[in-house]
Design a protein around this ligand. Structure first.
Ligand code: LMR
Length: 400
């Protein structure tokens, strides 16, 4: 029956992690997958999460099903977090929200909803480069994906001309995928002024903005700053979709906790959209995983725990910023050919180095330094013990 199945290569970033784990070299460095590491290179359980877990355990944790739409307090608190108290208070009844299997699940649910709820199947406009799964999620659901150039490789900045031109020419009703903050992989985000300009075009053209919000608070250390784009677009009075994930900002990678929320034009549409989401969820996973959403709800509901989490966000974002700066300085000291200012202009979890594939491969083969083939590095993989080694190895490979 499966004669027609052809072999598909494993996902590049997960395959790279496996390769790294098999490497026996003691000084190996993993800059591939975007997972936070502490200054000793170890996974970090956030103190707020640890305390939230203890609080949950002390209340007696059971393993009952969640409702199909997910944990009620989690859905409410997560939406409020992204929209901010004021917007949330005024739009609450216009929001449809469904818990999801992290950010990927939220994107997938959004795709199912778009297929089901739109008169015509819309085109999905996707920046290039982008997170590898964007295209895969939407094309596997049968959408026509329209890539546009987000990044000007030569000028090492956002390709504004192409970006705005693409949106201005897009067919009304098209979906545009936006990284709410910490663009993956480039690390270049629009400024507030630019977001306002993009918002104007999106509104005038009648496009549907679908935010991938995987890094709220993790990027700058402040939720308010990182949620600016989402809140601005919502305040424009247009329909907005938001795919939230708590993998990075709470370090809950494996718990798969996130949600999709849609800010609709009115209460009746929100009610219908939510009912569609509930039906779609039932046919996909029945009920979302419980543990992660209980942890998130426990933290967001408790003022002291929430403050502790804000502190954890600052710890992670400051460590990443300091490693970004250290890598830049070591590259200069090592005389690495080229200009490196772009590295410190970027923001978020990733550094987009701009190295040729040949150099990326050489770094792996000769120096056991692993990074994505497009030379995206997860800055969190750097620490005071390996940053100089990484910079000197890059310099060596570029000179040889
Ligand atoms: C990444 O971009 O490395 C992470 O978001 C992990 C993933 O799922 O690709």
């Amino acid at each position: 029956i499966f004669d027609a199945a052809t072999y598909i290569l494993p996902d590049a970033i997960f395959a790279l992690t496996e390769e790294y784990h098999k490497d026996r070299y003691p000084k190996k460095v993993n800059l591939g997958q975007g997972t936070y590491r502490d200054a000793f290179g170890n996974p970090w359980v956030l103190p707020s999460v640890q305390t939230g877990r203890e609080k949950l355990a002390s209340q007696g944790l059971n393993h009952e099903y969640l409702p199909i739409l997910g944990h009620e307090k989690f859905r409410l608190e997560a939406t409020k977090l992204a929209l901010g108290d004021q917007l949330f208070a005024s739009l609450r009844d216009q929001v449809a929200v469904c818990q999801s299997v992290s950010g990927t699940g939220a994107l997938h649910l959004a795709g199912l909803l778009l297929r089901r709820g739109c008169k015509e199947r819309p085109t999905v406009i996707i920046p290039t480069p982008t997170w590898s799964n964007h295209r895969q999620v939407f094309s596997s659901l049968g959408f026509d994906c329209h890539p546009f150039s987000y990044y000007d490789e030569a000028k090492k900045r956002i390709d504004w001309e192409c970006y705005l031109d693409t949106l201005k020419r897009a067919r009304s009703g098209s979906v545009v995928i936006l990284h709410a903050c910490a663009h993956n992989p480039t690390g270049f985000d629009p400024t507030r002024e630019k977001w306002i300009e993009i918002g104007c075009v999106v509104k005038n053209r009648g496009l549907f903005p679908l935010f991938d919000a995987a890094y709220l608070g993790f990027n700058s250390g402040s939720i308010d700053d990182d949620a600016f784009s989402i809140r601005h677009f919502t305040a424009l009075g247009i329909e907005v979709g938001v795919c939230l994930s708590f993998a990075k900002n709470m370090g809950l990678y494996g718990e798969r906790v996130g949600c999709l929320f849609i800010v609709s034009q009115n209460v009746a549409i929100a009610r219908n959209v939510q009912s569609v989401l509930e039906m779609l969820q039932r046919s996909e996973i029945s009920n979302p995983p419980a543990y992660g959403s209980k942890i998130v709800a426990t933290i967001l509901e408790d003022e002291a725990l929430r403050r502790m989490w804000y502190e954890d966000l600052r710890t992670m974002s400051l460590r990443i910023k300091s490693m970004r700066q250290a890598l830049y300085e070591h590259l200069i000291q090592a005389g690495a050919p080229g200009l490196w200012e772009h590295l410190i202009q970027q923001t978020g979890m990733f550094g987009f180095l701009g190295l040729p594939l040949e150099t990326v491969n050489r770094l792996k083969e000769r120096h056991h330094i692993y990074m994505a083939s497009n030379s995206r590095i997860s800055i969190a993989g750097l620490n005071p013990n390996n940053v100089q080694y990484v910079a000197e190895s890059i310099a060596k490979c570029l000179k040889s």
